[in-house]
Design a protein around this ligand. Structure first.
Ligand SMILES: *Cc1c(COP(=O)(O)O)cnc(C)c1O
Length: 357
């Protein structure tokens, strides 16, 4: 499918950031966006790269009422030689379609997803920051825009991609987070939408996150929605617990998100000689194991922060320090290796990086 490039008028050009140390996350957007529409009687039509601009949508548009929406999150990395690379974008393209299936939305050809993003970034390449740890965050999204107040799958969708230059997550060094185990609210249940990257999951998680913040925690660790017993994941990260003889992570039972970083971590840790076990860990066992000093490290994995060390776990009023509360050896090693590959400093023997400029 042809992707049209619409002109960018002079008055639509933004002032680019000057200080890459002050970028933060997701507040600055580039000059252009990718846009493709889907109509029930025509399929995918009118692919175009256009100036970044607000939408004019009918207030009755389905997305506003029944949350028919999915998204993705990936990054473009500026290498020391000035070139730009994506990291395993084919997995995001594929996962986007799995989310689309779950939400009764149309599938987007996966090569169009990658080609559209690559073309957009090539046009916006000056927006890819170059300072240590910075990147261009890519947010593909699909929303239902049919104007009707009926609970149904839309007959009209917008697929669009916006870009946001983002700062180094750990500009001030690795900082272990405090996580509260949530034993009342649930994020997802078997048969629900936990495996899809859809906004509704996040809307449903806000209450627990707010209450955890009030108690001084950074994020929430979700338990399974039926028994509230098995460890699932954190906010927007998959979780790993490092024991003496293995590394445990929750299996993909359908209620957790299948992270690209999770998969990469599993492959890297395996090659480093660690025995990765996808197994259901109960919260009671985890608490007992932390108390007994058997859990050496805990960390989360996700595109935004890559690897996040967990220093403390709160559960039923008690605070448990994981390991020595600092950054574990494997945590640090995985962070260094993964970012090393993403920024082209380490050899990519997996074929994970894709140069686009
Ligand atoms: C996006 C996301 C993750 C992390 O996935 P990555 O592909 O590694 O970025 C984990 N959990 C949830 C709920 C997510 O939405």
């Amino acid at each position: 499918m042809e992707i049209k490039e619409l002109p960018l008028p002079e008055d639509k050009r933004k002032n680019r950031f000057t200080d890459e140390s002050k970028l933060g996350f997701g507040r600055i957007f580039t000059d252009r966006m990718l846009m493709i529409e889907w109509k029930a009687d025509q399929g995918w039509v009118d692919a175009r790269i256009q100036p970044y601009a607000p939408f004019v949508l009918d207030p009755s548009s389905l997305v506003f009422h029944y949350a028919q929406e999915i998204f993705e999150g990936l990054k473009a990395y500026r290498w020391a030689d000035g070139s730009i690379a994506l990291f395993r974008p084919e997995i995001n393209a594929h996962r986007f379609n799995l989310s689309a299936d779950r939400l009764c939305m149309p599938r987007l050809p996966e090569d169009l997803f990658i080609e559209g993003i690559s073309r957009l970034i090539r046009l916006e390449k000056e927006w890819v920051p170059g300072a240590e740890g910075t990147s261009l965050y890519i947010r593909p999204t699909m929303i239902a825009v049919e104007p009707v107040l009926g609970v149904k799958a839309s007959d009209h969708y917008y697929f669009y991609v916006i870009l946001s230059p983002v700062g180094a997550y750990y500009a001030a060094g690795f900082d272990p987070v405090k996580i509260l185990v949530e034993d009342y609210y649930v994020r997802s249940v078997p048969g629900g939408t936990g495996e899809a990257k859809t906004g509704g999951n996040y809307a449903a998680s806000l209450k627990a996150a707010q209450e955890a913040k009030k108690k001084g925690f950074d994020q929430v660790l979700w338990l399974d929605g039926i028994h509230k017993k098995y460890i699932e994941e954190v906010g927007s990260m998959n979780m790993f617990f490092v024991y003496d003889d293995h590394v445990a992570t929750a299996p993909l039972t359908g209620s957790i998100l299948k992270g690209v970083t999770r998969d990469s971590v599993m492959q890297l840790a395996g090659r480093l000689g660690f025995n990765i076990r996808e197994r259901q860990v109960t919260i009671d066992d985890l608490v007992a194991d932390i108390r007994a000093g058997k859990v050496k490290e805990a960390f989360g994995s996700g595109t935004a922060a890559v690897i996040t060390p967990v220093g403390l776990l709160g559960y039923k009023g008690e605070n448990l320090t994981v390991g020595d509360g600092g950054v574990g050896k494997l945590t640090q090693k995985l962070y260094d290796t993964l970012t090393g590959i993403q920024y082209g400093k380490l050899e990519d023997s997996y074929g994970w990086v894709r140069k686009i400029a």
